[in-house]
Design a protein around this ligand. Sequence first.
Ligand code: GDP
Length: 334
Amino acid sequence: MANARRALITGITGQDGGHLAEQLLEKGYEVFGLIRGQNNPRREAVVAEFPDVTLIEGDLTDPTSLIRAVETSNPHELYNLAAVSHVGYSFKNPTLTADVTAKGVLNVLEAVRVTGRSETTKVYQASTSEMFGGLDYNRPGAGYNEDSLFHPRSPYGVAKLYGHWIAKNYRESYGMFVSCGILFNHEGERRGVEFVTRKITHAVARIKLGLQPNIELGDLWPKRDWGYAGDFVEGMWRMLQHDVADDFVLATGETHSIEEFLTLAFTEIGIDDWRPYVVQNPAFMRPAEVDILLGDPSKAESVLGWKREVDFPGLVSRMVAHDLRLAELQRTFA
Ligand code: GDP
């Protein structure tokens, strides 16, 4: 491992952290992961899945812990994926969201700068389509691209926008290699059940096996540009291999409603009419909603040669298949 490239991932316990650790290990990287909190319940799962990843304790809100993490790992590439990342949760915890998702980015960049690594450590900042707020008003009907106007509609989106701009500011002010990936929703079998796609596939599998009677959801009409997280993480890596730091939208270029996702998921288990199984619960509706998100990944496709491989039906199908296997295990050990 002496000559291996080193990568530090913040947010190693999250969906993207898992996909990225897997891909970087396959590429021969030495991988370090920042892990937060005393007795973090997710530590065990990371250690079990990735025994070769070196975990470093630290927190995005604690600058000295980040300095120590950067000094310990001395990374060629730093992927800042850690965040309070759930839109609904951010309405309930707006200050925490600002501390972690906004100021945490500054702390990460400062840790690279003050340890004298501005020229040697490339940084990936996880920006998000939630920085936009609906359709691009300047280009009606078209997807958002890197030049679209921002109008975040949640404390999460606002905090991410600070992270996006401070990352660009460090690129411009200090010449640091900091690339921002503006990623549209990306899902998969590692997604948390607090997100609507995984909540649906998890419930659908359990309904199929008789483990639960129905699923409670909020609004079904919002539309999202949903891709597969494994594809998107590959795009992050490509951004840091590019010769200049830049911003890139990663998206599929298609948008689908929650109702469409629901219909496909129930079809996978042989149920054509999902209505008897779905209960609407206002608790899952939001104070402000992003009606529709649609991304235009043309720049990433032409400059980085990136393209998503898993399409929308493929995404639903692999998530349901995974959750059916999980539900079978749950039934066996219940
Ligand atoms: P987001 O796009 O980052 O907010 O990802 P989510 O998966 O959390 O939500 C996607 C969309 O699903 C939003 O428009 C939510 O309002 C909507 N939605 C409807 N019902 C639910 C639900 O029960 N849970 C979640 N998380 N979202 C829901």
